[in-house]
Design a binder for this molecule. Structure first.
Ligand SMILES: O=C(O)CCC(=O)C(=O)O
Length: 266
């Protein structure tokens, strides 16, 4: 998938891009079913909320065939390589659950703040490209972005290890109020299969999900190969050490896998 000049200009100006319904219902259905199996497993890579509900599952592309294909999918890998002008490797891979009723907040933060401080990533030449596995609605804990905030560079942050089970470098209220004054807040919503990509310095958050509606999103954190991390402090399954360029799978690989595999009970 190739980004147009207009999309590149929009990304540069706003810091994010929404690409509606890039994956078919058949491709998404297999990923959704596999995600539930992973959440129900006792794997150490599945991080939980204080209630025990799943919060995120790391590194599923390394042990699950369907997510392995998604992690190499040309619809995700190509636009990010295009933006960076070089091949990319997988820095992090996670399936965030934002579970019905129990999905907790993700505080205001910049992703690159964590990649730089915790992983020793030299430059913000990495970004999340996310695939909606469920419909993302205004009410079920959508991602919220402060448009244009990626132009601020790395902002001062504090290491919050208390608010949720997942430590994060978060921004203070005064900084958020100032940025919102300028850029406002947007919360992109859309059908399963839609894709969101956003700059590593774009300030974002998501509120708790107190509804019965699920809101699973898969995040591929793709990093320019020359920008690989230098000083990792987190486990390999959170900040990967395999800096080999991703070789994209065939355009229809996930679709063929979905058609060939036996049904997984959700
Ligand atoms: O999935 C979410 O709601 C937020 C995830 C997020 O902010 C992140 O991965 O940096």
């Amino acid at each position: 998938m190739h980004l147009s000049e207009a999309q590149l200009a929009e990304f540069d100006s706003e810091g994010w891009l929404f690409l509606p319904e890039c994956f078919s219902a058949e491709e998404i259905e297999v990923l959704r079913a596999e995600a539930e199996v992973i959440y129900a497993s006792g794997r150490e890579e599945v991080w939980r909320e204080s209630t025990g509900a799943p919060r995120t599952a790391f590194a599923a592309h390394t042990y699950n065939e369907a997510f392995g294909l998604l992690g190499r999918h040309p619809r995700l890998v190509e636009p990010v390589s295009q933006l960076f002008g070089e091949p990319v490797y997988m820095h992090q891979f996670k399936i965030n659950a934002k579970a019905p009723f129990d999905g907790e907040v993700w505080q205001w933060h910049q992703d690159y703040g964590t990649w730089a401080r915790d992983d020793g990533m030299p430059e913000p030449r990495a970004m999340n490209i996310a695939v909606f596995l469920d419909e993302v609605m205004a009410v079920n804990g959508p991602l919220m972005f402060i448009p244009k905030s990626h132009r601020q560079g790395v902002l001062a942050a504090g290491h919050d290890t208390a608010t949720t089970s997942y430590p994060l470098w978060t921004l203070d209220k005064a900084t958020i109020a100032e940025l919102v004054e300028e850029g406002g807040i947007v919360a992109p919503t859309g059908k399963p299969g839609s894709v969101l990509m956003f700059h590593g310095n774009l300030v974002h958050a998501s509120p708790p999900n107190i509804t019965p509606y699920p809101r699973k999103i898969v995040y591929l954190t793709l990093c320019a190969v020359s920008n690989h991390i230098r000083k990792p402090t987190r486990p390999e399954w959170i900040a990967h050490r395999d800096f080999a360029p991703i070789e994209a799978c065939a355009e229809d690989a996930l679709e063929r896998y979905a058609r060939s595999r036996p049904k997984v009970a959700a």
